[in-house]
Design a protein around this ligand. Structure first.
Ligand SMILES: *[C@@H]1O[C@H](CO)[C@@H](O)[C@H](O)[C@H]1NC(C)=O
Ligand SMILES: *[C@@H]1O[C@H](CO)[C@@H](O)[C@H](O)[C@H]1NC(C)=O
Length: 423
């Protein structure tokens, strides 16, 4: 595996480090003591300054409070070569980890893998994790949850094998039964989630909610906060689902196909959607109950919709939103426009689009300017975005890049860990 590109190795390392720590902790028996007594025993799980952490040189509390001097320092650090080198885990970890679960156990023990509360234990969640080209996931983990991992078929065989080896160390993390080759904006952006839904639904865990993640997502809430937010939905789903903007309609009126890994028009126009289903606009990220997933797998109308959607453009941006408005789907709402919900009002994901950024006193802007950088007009968060992010009601944020801005990911992770242990 030495021959793998450095970027691949680093992402894989992160992934392995995360999973490894999970397994280690899953061996600990759940603590039956009360919260305050338990806290003393949890303390060793908190990140401390003697880790190979950026905290030695950068103060996360100050970063989270948006202190300008600290943010300036963080920005400078991020572009320093020495710093970049220091915070990356050495290659040997990855090599050993891929071979031997026990190595992982000994070296990473920073993740919580026993239920921190009865409330969380009784409310298991199902995650579909799409880990593909340039996107490896910093996982969020709790032992009562269940995780389906999809690795893009295009990934080098050794990456695939290593992730598979690591997932097999955990009873509640598994590789999807059918991997696909993901093409941007094509049908195959949706298929991994569908495959994971089928696999997750067929496990013995009676999880309550389904959440899908990609490698550049990161949580903004602890598992307990996620559980509480989901319970307060009272069986409802939370995802963007609104009238399709005029400019996007061609995506479902024309037929598309993938040629040489690129999506392009075939020249044919499409029939209207089956059962006259109104097509709504949304995004790839959803928070849905078990019944929604059952409908996706079993409802004849949705099966027909899925078949119909296979030659459309970017089906991830309408499929879930459309299903959410089909009468009879558990947790759905009526297709009437009065039930439209935007990405800002749904709790599934916060994504900052460049054209919606601006100052607070501008009537047009939706959120403050990106403090990191943009990729395809989406903000890749910097440390300076954290203060605003953690105030949002969304469960997860997209996008993070631990290579470009490690301090943002590090400080957010540390903040969440501290919350999880003190809640
Ligand atoms: C980190 O920043 C916080 C908030 O400004 C401050 O209270 C604290 O003393 C700082 N810690 C260190 C070690 O400098
Ligand atoms: C569910 O799992 C069982 C084995 O555990 C398998 O035989 C069956 O085909 C699976 N069903 C689906 C729909 O994947």
């Amino acid at each position: 595996m030495w021959f793998l590109k450095r970027s691949w190795r680093l992402r894989l390392l992160q992934f392995i480090a995360v999973l490894g720590s999970l397994w280690m902790l899953s061996l600990l028996s759940p603590l039956k003591t009360g919260r305050s007594a338990a806290y003393i025993r949890y303390q060793w799980l908190e990140y401390t300054d003697d880790d190979e952490s950026p905290e030695k040189v950068c103060n996360c509390s100050a970063v989270l409070q948006g202190e300008k001097e600290e943010l300036r320092k963080a920005k400078l650090l991020t572009i320093t070569k020495d710093f970049q080198k220091n915070i990356h885990i050495p290659d040997e970890y990855y090599i050993h980890a891929a071979r031997d679960c026990r190595f992982v156990l000994i070296n990473h023990r920073k993740y919580i893998t026993f239920p921190l509360s009865k409330e969380e234990e009784e409310f298991p969640l199902a995650y579909s994790m799409v880990v593909h080209h340039k996107r490896l996931l910093r996982a969020i983990y709790a032992p009562q949850n269940i995780y389906c991992v999809h690795v893009d078929k295009k990934s080098p065989a050794s990456v695939f094998a290593a992730i598979k080896a690591i997932t097999s160390c955990f009873p509640n993390v598994f590789m999807v039964s059918k991997a696909v080759n993901v093409v941007y904006a094509g049908w195959t952006r949706v298929q991994p989630d569908l495959n994971c839904m089928a696999d997750l639904y067929n496990t013995s865990t009676t999880w309550k909610y389904f959440i899908n993640l990609c490698g550049q997502d990161f949580p903004l809430k602890t598992n307990l906060e996620i559980v509480q937010a989901l319970r307060s939905l009272k069986g409802g789903n939370s995802l963007e689902s609104e009238e399709m903007p005029r400019g996007k309609k061609k995506r479902v009126m024309n037929a598309y196909q993938v040629v040489d890994g690129q999506i392009q028009r075939t020249g044919k126009t499409k029939d209207p959607a089956p059962f006259n289903l109104p097509i709504l606009s949304g995004n790839a990220y959803i928070v849905v109950n078990r019944g929604y997933v059952r409908s996706v797998l079993e409802d004849k109308r949705i099966q027909a919709l899925i078949e119909w959607a296979k030659d459309t453009y970017s089906p991830d941006e309408f499929l879930w939103a459309t299903i959410q408005r089909i009468p009879g789907v558990p947790g759905s709402t009526w297709p009437n426009r009065k039930f439209d919900i935007t990405d800002m009002n749904a709790i599934a994901r916060i994504v900052k689009w460049q054209w919606h950024e601006g100052s607070e006193d501008s009537l047009q802007s939706v959120y403050p300017e990106c403090k990191g950088h943009h990729v395809r007009s989406i903000c890749v968060y910097g440390a300076g975005d954290l203060q605003w992010l953690i105030e949002q009601h969304h469960l997860f944020a997209n996008k993070f890049d631990a290579d470009r801005d490690p301090i943002a990911v590090y400080c957010l992770e540390k903040y969440l860990r501290h919350r999880a242990l003190t809640e």
